[in-house]
Design a protein around this ligand. Structure first.
Ligand code: ATP
Length: 563
């Protein structure tokens, strides 16, 4: 028997109503147990609000404008009703539910149709994503209209949340992993590892629940399905890195470019960005280099691509992003913005997974197969002075600093642990999400130029404002940003445009203060935007926990100075 989408929406309501982790795990677990095998993957994806894994390159491509248009059409709501409903709830899904409940007439067709099942909703999302090419906008709109017109207000709430990928019921991927482990009998460790390798909790749940723990243990990396990159934790200086890594470590240049994951199999190459987007088409020169130089039939390699100017000096990151965004005239771009590839890791080599090998061994393999491709400059040392010199050299050559890598460490995809430590040597910056913007005044009156910056509260999934800034962008960037923000607009009130959290910016600041000004309890002093993080999505932005950590660190160092 097909499970109704209504049951999934009701589960999400129950999850939203509790903050107890164990209750949430139990609720999800009993829900998963009831499902038919073909419903497991779709249900897991719909509960966590990730319909497509990042590597699939699929997106719904439904704009917020289209959603609002359909909601207006279905409910006869005015712009004022929308604005009121949004300010009451602050959430697009809740807003849509309120408007649906208020609508006066329910269309006859709605009453006659059979209730939505989980598979109906999921398959409709697949059809929306599959609508491509000329006329696709209309087709997508028609499909979504059809879906929403069959849905109850509660179902509409969760369909909208799924489209936006923001569930706000507090079910993180970690919690879903626990629920899958509990339901299947596999250990949490096994589930986490399978998730790291497959990059899709829907697939993990399906394997674990239908084929058992044994199959989960045997999951392997799939070529051309990128895996989440291993990340680094910040430390203040080389001494701290040496201490953390037991007195001796590898220091590599932290190159100021874009991270790439390169998949190679028998003459075929695909390159993925840090966000796991396929960027192969914008890097034909890198593809050629890999094909010419790498001495292996199958490999997954990692490295950094940097844009270089005359004399091979690194150019600012923005230049590289121009290249990544380009769809046409790639050959022209290849000449205009030359790039260099530096490799620093190998995760898979000739049918063998390398991620469990120690760093030092992986580097040896990399040396063996990399031909004339540059490896990232590095030293291995236990001497803080030598490391400090290397740090200064990296900075002088225009790079960001160093990454320290623990010699015996394995590669842990998607984890920001202590095995990799980054040393930038400047005050911390935060990657924050723009959630609203004010219209400027004077010279800037046509631009959205004062931005509300938010960090995600991982417990609730809500983006919490911690500061505002109008500093850091050029006139051209303000113009472009205004255009992008208006496309993401949810509503506008009193000169403030509220937007879907999507754009990530790197923000420098002088201090984090505790302040009642924002609901988050924190406020940035003298915030300014230092770059637009085109390579990061809202999920990869910094969290409130990180803000608290920096606040506390700052507090401790102040106490040190005062004592
Ligand atoms: P940041 O904002 O500092 O660039 P991030 O959040 O993108 O950091 P981190 O894991 O914190 O990612 O820092 C590592 C990043 O630094 C990588 O994503 C990669 O793009 C870049 N990088 C540059 N050189 C190296 C290197 N030698 N090894 C690993 N990563 C490197």
């Amino acid at each position: 028997m097909s499970t109704l989408f209504k049951e999934l929406a009701e589960l999400c309501e129950k999850l939203e109503a509790t903050t107890k982790r164990i209750t949430m795990v139990n609720l999800i677990s009993s829900f998963l147990r009831k499902l038919e095998p073909d419903e497991i993957g779709p249900a897991v994806r719909l509960i966590i609000g990730r319909i497509f894994p990042a590597w699939s390159q699929e997106t719904l491509e439904i704009s917020w404008r289209t959603i609002i248009k359909i909601i207006k059409n279905l409910t006869n709501a005015s712009s004022k009703d929308i604005s009121e409903a949004f300010s009451k709830t602050g959430d697009p899904g809740d807003m849509a539910k309120i408007l649906m409940e208020k609508r006066k007439t329910i269309k006859q067709v709605t009453l006659l149709q059979s209730p939505l099942t989980i598979l109906d909703v999921y398959k409709c999302f697949l059809s929306i994503a599959n609508a491509k090419g000329p006329g696709s906008k209309k087709k997508k709109e028609g499909l979504l209209y059809g879906l929403l017109s069959r849905a109850s207000p509660l179902e509409v709430k969760y369909i909208i949340k799924d489209i936006l990928g923001e569930m706000r019921h507090g079910v993180s991927e970690g919690l879903m992993e626990e629920a899958i482990a509990k339901t299947s009998g596999a250990s949490l460790e096994q589930i986490k590892r399978a998730h790291m390798l497959l990059g899709d909790l829907g697939d993990v749940a399906h394997i674990a629940l239908t084929r058992g723990a044994q199959q989960i243990r045997e999951v392997k990396i799939r070529l051309f399905h990128p895996i989440k990159p291993m990340l680094a934790q910040p430390v203040e200086n080389v001494e701290e890195a040496l201490k953390e890594h037991g007195g001796k470590t590898a220091f590599e240049y932290k190159l100021d470019g874009a991270r790439v994951q390169i998949h190679l199999k028998n003459g075929k190459v695909a390159i993925f960005s840090r966000r796991l987007t396929n960027v192969t088409h914008s890097l034909p020169d890198v593809v050629k280099l890999i094909l010419d130089e790498i001495k292996a039939n199958e490999a997954i390699l990692e490295g950094e691509v940097i844009a270089v100017g005359e004399e091979g000096k690194p150019l600012p990151f923005q230049h590289l992003m121009r290249r990544f965004h380009r769809v046409k005239d790639i050959e022209k771009m290849v000449k205009e913005i030359p790039v260099q590839l530096y490799l620093f890791d190998v995760l898979y080599l000739n049918e063998k997974m390398m991620i469990d090998e120690p760093y030092i061994k992986r580097w040896e393999h990399l040396e063996e197969i990399s031909g004339n491709i540059r490896l990232t400059p590095r030293i291995i040392t236990s001497d803080a002075k030598e490391a400090q010199k290397f740090f200064e050299k990296s900075k002088k050559e225009g790079h960001e600093g160093l990454v320290a890598k623990k010699l015996d460490s394995n590669y842990t995809p998607g984890i920001r642990g202590k095995k990799w430590l980054k040393i930038k040597g400047i005050l911390d910056t935060l990657d924050l999400v723009i959630v609203a913007a004010d219209w400027g005044y004077g010279r800037r009156h046509e631009w959205l130029s004062d931005y509300y910056l938010a960090a995600k509260d991982e417990k609730t999934g809500k983006f919490m404002v911690i500061g505002k800034t109008f500093k850091g962008l050029t006139d051209k960037e303000f113009k472009e940003m205004t255009k992008r923000l208006l496309e993401l607009k949810i509503t506008e009130r009193g000169g403030t445009v509220y937007v879907k959290p999507e754009i990530v910016v790197e923000v420098a600041f002088d201090e984090i203060q505790q302040s009642p000004k924002y609901e988050s309890g924190f406020a940035l002093r003298f915030a300014r935007i230092t770059r637009i993080r085109e390579d990061k999505g809202p999920d990869e932005a910094d969290t409130i926990e990180r803000v608290r950590e920096i606040y506390e660190k700052q507090f401790r160092s102040k106490a040190k100075i005062n004592n």
